[in-house]
Write a protein that binds this ligand. Structure first.
Ligand SMILES: *Cc1c(COP(=O)(O)O)cnc(C)c1O
Length: 367
């Protein structure tokens, strides 16, 4: 190993880079298939595509990209704040909501700190904690549901943050407002709670969590334009928090972390309730289809509140490979220490049917 590499942070040497869903183009090249014949239901993307209104706004913004973006994100932050009855000072923009996880690390984490997460929580929390030399405490989640009482019990003097993904990825499970209220009551003052609500808009009865911000609690609510808005490629998300925490996070970011096309697309997408409702309806239909079919076939799965399902298939890596051969990209879960499971995103109904049929065929072949 070169001296320079040897001298990288010791904690980074153990860091395993995030493994994203396999891209369609790469799969097509490797298998010699037409990209058009491949479906990707691996990264919880919107099968309807982006909001058409957002696409128009982005086209318009494209002719202005010789000018640096509005570094303060004035219009977008104002619009988000207005939508939720808050002030612009409550809102921070991120290059995807994932960047906000990193900003929180920059602002608030030091080597030796502890970060509490659920055992099967979204893996980026642990990656980011590790990046800053913090230790991740993984609390068992019976039935794949965050056990908030146990997570509160796991808080020590060294704990700086607790991450709650609600609904969680990859499990699709959620905790209700009552459980959250009870948890928030117990959290001591030196701990920040991060509520990751990437799939919030898919819920029919979402818990009210904005009240924690209004009450001035040490909380950051993260939301994203990547999921229901269909803007994953743009990389834009936001945090809702107290003005005091937001001020720290503003200092931790690059001056132009949210680019101008992303700001324009997000602003238009935010207002496009029609596209969001259409997406949620399709998702409801997809979840109903999948869950009924899986029950019929007696295939085990975790009932989901999000736009994907965790399905128990035996050998997840092998099922992933065999489905890939047939042009269907899903996500193996061995990286989440769930080698028997795969995660399947809800697609169009045509994609759902093809994916389900392919899964049954592959499982039949393997049994
Ligand atoms: C998809 C997802 C995000 C969103 O990430 P972006 O960086 O906004 O694309 C955040 N948290 C969870 C749990 C997710 O599944």
């Amino acid at each position: 190993m070169s001296t320079v590499v040897e001298h990288s942070h010791p904690w980074i040497q153990n860091l395993v880079a995030y493994d994203p869903g396999k891209p369609i183009e790469e799969t097509a090249r490797e298998l010699g298939l037409d990209p058009e014949s491949i479906i990707k239901v691996a990264s919880n993307e919107n099968p309807l595509g982006p909001s058409p209104v957002a696409v128009e706004a982005m086209k318009e913004a494209a002719s202005g990209v010789h000018i640096y973006p509005d570094g303060g994100g004035y219009r977008l932050r104002s619009a988000i704040a207005e939508k939720f009855g808050l002030d612009r000072q409550n809102i921070i923009l991120g290059n995807g909501s994932n960047e906000i996880i990193e900003l929180i690390g920059h602002g608030f984490l030091q080597p030796g700190d502890e970060v509490v997460v659920a055992e099967h929580a979204f893996v980026v929390y642990k990656l980011m904690a590790t990046l800053f030399g913090a230790k991740t405490i993984e609390v068992p989640d019976p039935g794949f549901v965050h056990d908030l009482d146990a997570m509160a019990d796991a808080i020590t003097e060294k704990t700086k943050k607790v991450f709650i993904a609600n609904p969680n990825n990859p499990t699709g499970t959620m905790v209700d407002e009552e459980a959250l209220d009870r948890f928030m009551e117990r959290v001591p003052d030196h701990v920040m709670v991060i509520l990751d609500e990437a799939y919030y808009e898919f819920l029919h009865e979402p818990p009210n969590t904005l009240k924690y911000v209004e009450q001035g609690k040490n909380v950051v609510i993260m939301r994203t334009f990547s999921k229901i808005q269909g803007l994953a490629g743009l990389r834009i998300g936001y945090g809702i928090t107290t003005p005091e925490i937001a001020e720290v996070l503003q200092k931790c970011r690059q001056p132009f972390n949210a680019n101008s096309i992303a700001q324009a697309g997000a602003l238009a997408g935010l207002m496009d309730d029609e596209h969001q409702l259409k997406t949620r309806d399709l998702n409801d239909e997809g979840l109903a289809f999948w869950q009924e079919k899986l029950r019929e076939q007696e295939i085990d799965f975790v009932p989901s509140f999000a736009n994907f399902l965790l399905v128990k298939v035996g050998d997840g890596d092998e099922v992933f490979r065999r489905m890939l051969q047939r042009g269907v990209i899903i996500r193996a879960m061995s990286g989440y220490k769930l080698p028997e499971w795969v995660r399947i995103s809800m697609g169009t109904m045509e994609e759902n049917r093809r994916c389900f049929d392919t899964l049954v065929e592959v499982l039949g072949e393997m049994s």
